[in-house]
Design a protein. Sequence first.
Length: 141
Amino acid sequence: MLAPQLNPYPSNDRSPGVSKRVLDVGQCNPDHSSLSHFLTSNFDVQVDRSHEMDDTLQKLQSNHYDMVMINRKLDRDYSDGMEILRKIKADDATKEIPIVLISNYDDAQEAAIKAGAAPGFGKAQLGDAATLEKVTAILGG
């Protein structure tokens, strides 16, 4: 009899039949809905949500995520999403999680990539083939 294998992640509470899990950080309700629809229409994913630094870090410690999407400016307090990106990338336990910045601004995307993010996209680009290619590069097809 084989010994049971330990799960390397603290929790893997995915919905039944869902193969990937994404954390959406700092979006308002309409934008979260649009991003979730884009993801679930194109990928076999569960989309979770957080709003600020503390609940984001708590979710990352408690669950395995295949990708994190961070809004450039967080909806609740308009703080800088780059601070969360930097904090995630500075932690050995989370630094390998792919992160994309949600922003239509090229300079913000460049700064995010320099901080360790994958190429991101803006909400206005959800229908673009290039956006689908960027996410597919992370989540697979």
